[in-house]
Write a protein that binds this ligand. Sequence first.
Ligand code: GTQ
Ligand code: FE2
Length: 371
Amino acid sequence: MTSTLSPVSLTAIDAPGQPTPSPELEELYRGFEQELLVPLWTEIGDLMPSSPRPGAQAHAWRWQNLLRLAERSGDLVPVGRGGERRAIALANPGLGGAPFATPTLWAAIQYLNPGEDAPVHRHTQHAFRFVVEGEGVWTVVDGDPVAMRRGDFLLTSGWRFHGHHNQSDAPMAWLDGLDIPFSHYLGTTFFEFGPDAVADRSTPPRSRAERLWAHPGLRPVSQPGPADSSPIAAYRWEHTDAALADQLALEDAGHAGVVEPGHAAVRFTNPTTGGDVMPTIRAEMHRLRADTRTATRREVGSAVWQVFDGAGRVRVGDREWPVERGDLVVVPSWQPLTVTAETELDLFRFSDTPIVERLHADRVQVEGAPA
Ligand code: GTQ
Ligand code: FE2
């Protein structure tokens, strides 16, 4: 609540748990307003609900709509120093118009035309890219060019210089995820421009980081650890796909591995810790067999899902959307989620769970299971 005189505005109301309205109480409340004070007793319902009542709302964005607007931006908006990126963020309808998908997570479509360079910069926010379609862009992270292709999950953890270049003859769009909102609320953001040119326009199929770090179960002895963020610059689709396919094949053969019947899932991890890829963001890939449905599940913390392949339906609370390739759904904290696969359905998911776990606030509830 706000007024033109003061950012604090209090009204005495006659309600259970509230003091009886009187001229003296009104005068006390004007005194609070003048001193920029708010008593707990008027706010307790909002601030201390019995279970999370997030401001963010469940919402779905259609990839085809995002892509159309990104393409139009590609015609009208140059990429260069200052604006830095042709990235268009999902703005949750419950967060007052801020470009935040959830209170902690940024999600954006980024678009780069053939021959374009997105300038080098660095920031304390942690970032990833997920490629739902296309190829031809290299993201150069601390001087190491990393190819971006469909299905790949790429990391740019905090304070690494990075720029992107598209040397192919086709435009490319992808999903960016960052912890921009969290960093914004915490006031922890630093940002720096890098050199004006993309340092390295070479196009190696594999980055140096992958050659050093992306061999299963092997780490280079020369490198110290554990590291806060994963040193693997790109998690390639061929590995993710094979891991999911193997889980389902093991299920077919009667062995353990899937999270629930017909539902395979893998989490991207930091090989130096076995934990999440970055301090603030968890990332996973899920595969549902055709004609299956997940259990209804809710968990503390917010998440964004993107359909990678297939078609189905996503239900969050009392809302439900049909989804297909590229579509994005935001799942606010503690809202029940059910995913139904019509065809085989692959979904990418990212969440703020590492933050929630560090706060020891993590809870999960599966419908039908004991709380
Ligand atoms: O590609 O460096 O969506 O710095 C937001 C901020 C992308 C990027 C975003 C960024 C970037
Ligand atoms: Fe950036």
